[in-house]
Write a protein that binds this ligand. Structure first.
Ligand SMILES: NC(=O)c1ccc[n+]([C@@H]2O[C@H](COP(=O)([O-])OP(=O)(O)OC[C@H]3O[C@@H](n4cnc5c(N)ncnc54)[C@H](O)[C@@H]3O)[C@@H](O)[C@H]2O)c1
Ligand SMILES: [Zn+2]
Length: 348
């Protein structure tokens, strides 16, 4: 068995798992890589793969990835390619990995041209999410990962959104039972979408709500804004777009803002702090906010999911329901998109 973890989660949880497996008579190698997105590379994939070859893991072996989404993506990709594919068991330890990254079978690494551009679909044989492990997850990571649960509610189930709202305190303090309830509901929602469209031909695109603008802002900030904060901004901007075009029910953006500000309040928030933080990051340059907006617009145009050179947007009809559009996405006039992006950044 090849256990893969990062330098944070390894000592906290994976070493104990390795020891428990050894006590069951299993032959186990534990490899840890430096924590962080910057490890999600072909180079790290190659080192981990060589480690498994040195260990002599055979076709009857399996990979167990213990960690956040970086670990489940990277470990999953190692398993997908090792000896042309061995089974992977995902043991997600962050909210993001439990709610999102370990569900759906996408694995891969980042390359210079962009995030997640090299990878494989490799569904796990099992996902073991122990919400007791969230206790050690740093506070800002908690709210960040839960943004994806808000997204699942926004696109599929207004009741789930209310459940997240009601459970906010228990979720942020990582109470295992509260977390288990919200995570399992969220996973069921995502799994239903994935089952309907495993290879992202159409319906699965609804999972990109908030992500067209979110990815642009994240990239424009040089990835200094967290994914959760960027997607929170993205959901607000894309709700505003929908409301302006008469596609989305009025009031949707405000309701989402209420939930999201409770989640990403730890770090950059969607209520203007992201904008200010970007300015601060640029050493107080007054032009920095405008530069972030310009850069985000430039990234929108280069969106890898663009169709015919135009970015596509997932828009809600109302909370809990996506507007069908053309293949579940919409073309949006540039001025409307850019104005909504500016408003989300400045939180007007
Ligand atoms: N495959 C997919 O469908 C999919 C979907 C969404 C996101 N992702 C990927 O997921 C990644 C982000 O995931 P993430 O936010 O979990 O990042 P991450 O794996 O970097 O984890 C965030 C931080 O929390 C630490 N950590 C994780 N669990 C911990 C615990 N229980 N105790 C203490 N520390 C802990 C990690 O060491 C890391 O420092 C991105 O690379 C993204 O592309 C993949
Ligand atoms: Zn996301």
């Amino acid at each position: 068995m090849g256990l893969i973890s990062d330098t944070n989660v390894g000592p906290l949880h994976a070493e104990r798992i390795a020891e428990a497996c050894r006590q069951q008579g299993l032959d186990v190698v534990l490899q840890t890589f430096p924590a962080g997105e910057s490890s999600k590379t072909r180079r790290q994939w190659s080192e981990l793969t060589d480690g498994l070859l040195d260990f002599g893991l055979g076709r009857d072996g399996c990979v167990v990835a213990v960690g956040g989404g970086v670990t489940t993506d990277l470990g999953g990709f190692v398993a997908a390619t090792y000896l042309r594919g061995v089974p992977v068991v995902q043991v997600p330890t962050s909210y993001l990995a439990m709610i999102d990254a370990s569900v759906g079978g996408k694995t891969g690494v980042d390359v210079d041209a962009g995030k997640n551009l090299v990878g494989a679909f490799h569904a796990p044989v099992a996902v073991v999410a122990d919400t007791g492990l969230l206790r050690t997850l740093p506070g800002p990571e908690r709210g960040d990962g839960l943004v994806e649960a808000v997204k699942h509610g926004a696109i599929l189930d207004e009741g789930h959104l209310s459940a997240v709202e009601r459970s906010l305190g228990g979720l942020l303090s990582a109470q295992p039972n509260v977390a288990a309830e919200v995570i399992s509901a969220s996973v069921r929602l995502k799994a239903k979408v994935v089952a309907a469209d495993e290879r992202e031909g159409g319906y699965r695109q609804i999972l990109n709500f908030g992500h067209t603008i979110g990815h642009a802002v994240e990239a424009a900030s040089g990835y200094r804004l967290s994914h959760g904060s960027a997607v929170a901004l993205g959901m607000l901007a894309e709700s505003e777009i929908g409301e302006r075009l008469g596609v989305t029910a009025p009031g949707t953006k405000e309701r989402l803002r209420g939930v999201l500000s409770g989640l990403v309040g730890h770090g950059p928030t969607p209520s203007g702090a992201a904008f200010r933080e970007a300015e601060a990051l640029e050493a107080g340059s007054p032009a920095a906010g405008a530069a972030l907006l310009d850069d985000a617009v430039a990234f929108l145009v280069r969106d890898k999911k663009a169709r015919g050179g135009r970015p596509r947007y997932v828009l809600l009809e109302e909370l809990g329901r996506v507007a069908p559009g053309d293949g579940w996405t919409h073309d949006v006039p540039d001025d409307v998109a850019h104005e909504a992006l500016r408003n989300a950044l400045e939180s007007r």
